[in-house]
Design a protein. Structure first.
Ligand SMILES: NC(=O)c1ccc[n+]([C@@H]2O[C@H](COP(=O)([O-])OP(=O)(O)OC[C@H]3O[C@@H](n4cnc5c(N)ncnc54)[C@H](O)[C@@H]3O)[C@@H](O)[C@H]2O)c1
Length: 256
């Protein structure tokens, strides 16, 4: 742990932390000195994230948590306080991608429900139970994961587009609700990031990857670490005046 320890003594709760962007963020919080709660439905991958955090000399706790289940979220946060005594930061990042692209009139209703449930309602449930804990020690910061699909429409993807736009609206509403109580709520909007989700999205083939990369002005996908860096910034005092912001980190994909 050679880097700065701006978050020493602080506690971060990260959902979707078993893989991809969430795992990179868990490691980034640990590098800053925070204790990390690794909350995800994937218990095996949770354990691997914890192992990686501990490899950095950090402290982490793995908690199985389905963000669509209020009982899971409450229990995971209770374990957070039991293990580390407080909650300062939350990165509400767990999400799923669409599986059956289709225009709106043909879109599968069950897939709609599932995506809205995980990608939007899951963020609401997490904030609902995180905020009272963060208020207990006088404030902190929350970052929610939206997407490029939160700021532009995506063809054949009505549910994901709506959920990710919804995350930005929810972020702004919650930001206003708690700004005066010293909780800052912001969002990140990643472009194409090289994670297991992206592997499923591209089919993991060179052609699939090339198609995605062709949409990126910078000529490459982003890394999970590039999103994690933004999350750390938004949680830090350097972002003390940033409230309800949706930070796009996408290599220029959505400005074309
Ligand atoms: N990878 C990208 O290009 C990209 C782009 C924009 C936005 N995002 C968003 O970033 C977030 C993370 O994506 P990623 O690429 O790291 O995905 P990933 O699939 O690699 O990791 C997501 C993690 O979320 C967990 N998860 C899924 N459903 C859950 C639930 N109900 N409760 C708890 N955990 C659950 C999974 O087990 C997994 O570990 C998602 O919200 C995604 O929509 C990703």
């Amino acid at each position: 742990m050679s880097e700065k320890k701006g978050f020493a003594g602080k506690v971060a709760f990260v959902t979707g932390a078993a893989n991809g962007i969430g795992r990179a963020a868990a490691l980034a919080f640990a590098r800053e000195g925070a204790s990390v709660v690794v909350a995800d439905v994937s218990e095996q991958d949770n354990r691997e994230t914890v192992r990686l955090v501990e490899g950095l000399g950090g402290r982490a706790l793995a908690v199985r948590c389905d963000v669509t289940r209020a009982e899971d979220v409450k229990a995971a946060l209770a374990k957070t306080v039991e293990a580390f005594g407080r909650l300062d930061f939350a990165f509400n990042n767990a999400g799923i991608e669409p599986k059956n692209p289709a225009p709106t009139a043909d879109y599968d209703e069950e897939e709609w429900n599932r995506i809205i449930d995980v990608d939007l309602r899951g963020v609401f449930l997490c904030m609902k139970y995180e905020i009272p804990l963060i208020l207990k020690q006088g404030g902190g910061a929350i970052v929610n994961t939206s997407s490029g699909a939160g700021v532009i429409g995506i063809k054949n993807s009505p549910a994901y587009t709506a959920a990710k736009h919804g995350v930005i609206g929810l972020t702004r509403a919650a930001a206003l609700d708690y700004a005066a109580q010293n909780i800052r709520v912001n969002a990140v909007c990643p472009g194409y990031i090289d994670t297991p989700m992206m592997g499923r999205f591209t089919g993991g083939t060179p052609e699939g990857r090339a198609k995605v990369i062709a949409e990126e002005p910078v000529g490459r996908m982003g890394t999970p670490e590039e999103i994690a860096a933004a999350v750390i910034f938004l949680c830090s005092d350097a972002a003390a005046f940033m409230v309800g912001h949706a930070m796009v980190i996408d290599g220029g994909q959505t400005i074309q």
